[in-house]
Design a protein around this ligand. Structure first.
Ligand SMILES: Nc1ncnc2c1ncn2[C@@H]1O[C@H](COP(=O)(O)OP(=O)(O)OP(=O)(O)O)[C@@H](O)[C@H]1O
Length: 256
């Protein structure tokens, strides 16, 4: 299992002066939620953690080693990223797309084997898109595409999941199913970090939370220490009221 950590990390958001240096460690078994308003830098942070975006300063370490010194194949076998937006540039079926998750494990001209197909088929089943296996991804609905993207990462079987709004486009049933999948991944020793817009998903499904402000300030800690109404009202510039359902707080925006 892998550990992802940041060391005095300042993410590179264009036009932003600086920010709070991030010193966080995402341990196996943990479920982190990243919360913040539009433009706060959540996607930039996730891409920086995945090694796709250079930091302004500081560094990201995977298994104790600076990520910029590691081979991309090593990183791709350990880190899975669910992008916020889909870019299905070339025609591929749902099954072919899921099989991309096996590429980090194959050599340049090696074809996928039976075990790779089995993983992909199981992932499609888990995400409820197996019936679409032969369809072109470009013909799918938004929610179906999102589930195929998550199935591709499940096929990849990374130790660390970085998920940018994983419930985007999903109906209520599939939102719950995907959050259950994230919880299962964490329970089996994987680390999960998710950017979320829904405070209530964070309250129910995350054990750690990072609050990211538009000016680059940030704070992080256990869920209960972070999901404090006054802090969240400041974060979103929105008044909230809190009710409790099933033992978990539910944050409701109020006018005025
Ligand atoms: N290539 C770019 N050029 C200029 N500004 C950029 C560029 N890429 C990102 N930004 C800006 O950086 C800021 C952070 O963007 P980012 O996508 O990380 O925010 P976010 O918190 O994920 O937002 P959202 O909740 O809307 O998805 C935004 O203000 C965005 O406009």
């Amino acid at each position: 299992m892998s550990v992802l950590s940041t060391h005095d990390l300042i993410i590179d958001v264009p036009g932003r002066e600086s920010g709070t240096p991030l010193n966080i460690t995402i341990q196996p078994g943990q479920r982190w939620g990243v919360l913040g308003p539009n433009g706060a830098g959540k996607t930039t942070l996730l891409h920086t953690l995945a090694g796709l975006h250079a930091p302004r300063s500081g560094e990201v370490r995977l298994d104790g080693q600076p990520m910029h010194q590691q081979h991309r194949r090593y990183i791709a076998q350990r880190l899975g990223l669910i992008f916020q937006d889909r870019q299905d540039g070339f025609p591929a079926s749902v099954l072919e797309t899921a099989l991309i998750g096996r590429h980090p494990y194959l050599s340049a001209w090696q074809m996928e084997g039976a075990a790779d197909y089995q993983r992909a088929e199981e992932a499609l089943q888990r995400l409820d898109v197996a019936h679409l296996r032969d369809r072109l991804v470009s013909t799918l609905s938004g929610g179906e595409r999102q589930r195929v993207a998550i199935a591709t990462v499940l096929t990849q079987a990374p130790s660390v999941w970085l998920a940018d709004e994983p419930t985007n486009h999903l109906d209520l049933h599939h939102q719950s199913s995907v959050m259950t999948l994230m919880a299962e991944q964490a329970a089996s020793g994987h680390a999960v970090m998710m950017c979320l817009h829904d405070l209530n998903l964070a309250a129910r499904w995350c054990d750690h939370v990072l609050l990211l402000y538009p000016n680059g300030e940030a704070c992080w800690g256990t869920r209960d220490s972070m999901l404090v109404p006054s802090a969240l009202e400041k974060l979103y510039r929105q008044r909230l009221t809190v009710v409790e359902v099933d033992g978990a707080p539910v944050f409701v925006p109020i006018n005025g």
